[in-house]
Design a protein around this ligand. Structure first.
Ligand SMILES: [Fe+2]
Length: 296
């Protein structure tokens, strides 16, 4: 991964809490065009594949001027629609502690750069399109939004216990690559899936990856891939169930139990796994770029 937006300390122009002025007027016509292409492609492709609240939540992004969104304008719509969430601009990856602190205060950090045009199909690192398109619509689901706050609080505790890596796996397998069953249909809610058509399609239609009903301890023991499609996806019954599991689980107890246990490889089955055996999604006919993505 050729990540260029990783920092140890806040670079020039970035505050101690890692937020920065979005400087929206500095985005170029080419960057706005990249955004519009990505937005149009992804929103057209995800119709039957994204969970319903995601699809509804996209209306918030449609309500601002097309192109790279002006966070000030977006926040005016987002806050009342989500019980107080706002987007804050950050330079890219930020350290755990400020990230968790932002979540506990209903501030969703978004990378303040847009992928170059030659990375429209696949961005080498999470850019603003990933952060905004992939994650913002889900903030409209009250249980999911509460889960994010609970995650931030758990994150601050995990940091103090040296267990943030275990907790990070829960983020990855839910917020980034999570699947949910809605009215008997498997749908995607993870932002890593919803901002990448090829993986969304694979996670929902391919018999190849493993799909397991979410079990937090199992998730926290499971490694993941950075640079290739995931080999296992975790499925939740509902966002209320995800929130309840998070509230009722003793995370510190899990960290203590799994600290000395071997991690589970993403492709491996594990005793006690409850496999999702419901129907997969059909591959739907669509625009040419979607067929191209499906072949990869
Ligand atoms: Fe993300």
């Amino acid at each position: 991964m050729a990540a260029k937006h990783i920092f140890d300390t806040p670079p020039a122009g970035v505050a101690a809490d890692w937020t920065m002025d979005q400087n929206w007027r500095a985005f170029t016509p080419a960057q706005h065009a990249t955004w519009r292409t990505l937005f149009d492609q992804q929103s057209a492709a995800l119709g039957g594949y994204a969970c319903r609240d995601f699809l509804r939540g996209l209306d918030i992004l449609r309500a601002v001027e097309p192109g790279v969104p002006d966070f000030a304008a977006l926040n005016r719509i987002l806050k009342p629609a989500t019980g107080g969430w706002e987007i804050v601009a950050v330079p890219g990856w930020i350290p755990n502690r400020p990230f968790f602190e932002h979540l506990t205060n209903k501030r969703f950090p978004a990378a303040n750069f847009v992928r170059p045009p030659d990375q429209i199909g696949y961005s080498e690192e999470p850019d603003m399109f990933h952060d905004i398109f992939g994650h913002v619509p889900m903030l409209t689901n009250p249980a999911f939004s509460e889960f994010l706050v609970a995650y931030g609080q758990a994150g601050l505790r995990a940091e103090a216990m040296g267990a943030a890596d275990f907790l990070g796996r829960l983020w990855l397998y839910t917020v980034e690559f999570g699947l949910v069953v809605e009215a008997g249909e498997l749908r995607a809610f993870g932002g890593g899936l919803l901002s990448s058509y090829a993986e969304a399609l694979r996670s929902l239609t391919s018999a190849e990856p493993r799909r397991i009903w979410l079990d937090i301890e199992r998730v926290m023991r499971t490694q993941y891939h950075f640079d290739e499609f995931q080999r296992v996806y975790f499925v939740v019954e509902s966002f209320e169930a995800l929130l309840r599991a998070t509230e009722e689980t003793d995370f510190a107890g899990i960290y203590a139990r799994i600290a000395d246990q071997a991690a589970i490889a993403p492709e491996d089955a594990f005793p006690g796994d409850r496999a999702y055996e419901g129907p997969l999604q059909p591959v739907r006919a669509g625009p040419a770029f979607m067929k191209e993505a499906a072949r990869r």
